[in-house]
Design a binder for this molecule. Structure first.
Ligand code: ADP
Ligand code: MG
Ligand code: MG
Length: 253
């Protein structure tokens, strides 16, 4: 059983003038395979910074704490090594990869992560089935990654990646933003399929409670001013929906 352990993580963003602006003020979080955690917090609280730091984005400097995946030091790994170790990050703003088709991108990613190319026939079948379930036309596999994708197509593509790459821990940053109600349902069903395998720990980062109507988290963490200020079960999400973040923001100030 895989486990991601974030301990007292402190992170600053590197500003263009070379200064460091502290964002994460000591984050503690443990995500085990089969668990679904939701991180909820107001805009600017540092949720994406947490995701990017774990993914190894060069703009963010770790100033303290640790991140371990099954005991291995994630922060000492390159971005590629993190993916191979079983970490998956769906970006809030996915990047375009011109000249690389969805089919080739997914196959390369799978090959890099597994250390060997997937068997052609089963791979083609898996890809087609996953795309079918997400309501994506087969022609989509020949398009360039994220080039001209609608918001919904980007998110569906993320879920296809998640289903095929089978990470140990997946961090989904605002996977629900910019989705209409049908796309939200289809994407949520995909997340639930991954969840039900029991093999992946899920960390859902969100500003709104919308996605949590479809994907029931085991744990909810309220994130304010760079740290977790409250933890609970799904009922905490309902309370946030009713009361908003204000009480937590004033308490943290
Ligand atoms: P959230 O995802 O919760 O909305 P972010 O992690 O995106 O929050 O941002 C947290 C804080 O860090 C914000 O005040 C934001 O302006 C600041 N920040 C994040 N990235 C940068 C950056 N590249 N340059 C300057 N400030 C940044
Ligand atoms: Mg934001
Ligand atoms: Mg964000």
């Amino acid at each position: 059983m895989s486990v991601l352990e974030i301990r007292d993580l402190q992170v600053s963003v590197k500003l263009p003038e070379g200064e460091l602006k502290p964002i994460l003020a000591g984050v503690d979080l443990t995500v085990k395979a089969g668990e679904t955690h939701a991180i909820m917090g107001p805009n600017g609280s540092g949720k994406s910074t947490l995701a990017y730091s774990i993914a190894g984005h060069p703009k963010y400097q770790i100033t303290g704490g640790s991140v371990l995946l099954d005991g291995d030091d994630v922060l000492a790994m390159t971005v590629d090594e993190r993916a191979r170790a079983g970490l998956f990050l769906a970006m809030q703003y996915p990047v375009e990869v011109p000249g690389v088709s969805v089919a080739n991108f997914l196959r390369s990613a799978k090959t890099a992560i597994d250390g060997e190319a997937p068997k052609l026939r089963t791979w083609g079948k898996e890809l087609k089935e996953s795309m079918d379930r997400l309501g994506m036309d087969a022609a989509f596999a020949q398009r360039n990654v994220n080039e001209g994708f609608s918001g919904g197509e980007k998110k569906r593509h993320e879920i296809v990646q998640l289903e095929l790459l089978k990470p140990k821990v997946a961090i989904l940053d605002e996977t629900d933003s910019g989705l209409d109600i049908d796309a939200l349902r289809v994407v949520s069903e995909g997340v639930n399929r991954v969840r039900e395998t029991g093999d992946t720990g899920l960390l859902l980062i969100t500003h709104y409670t919308r996605i949590l109507r479809y994907v029931k988290p085991d744990y909810v963490h309220v994130f304010v001013a760079g740290r977790i200020v409250e933890e609970g079960g799904p009922e905490l999400a309902e309370r946030l929906e009713a009361e908003g973040y204000e009480r937590f923001v004033s308490a943290a100030a």
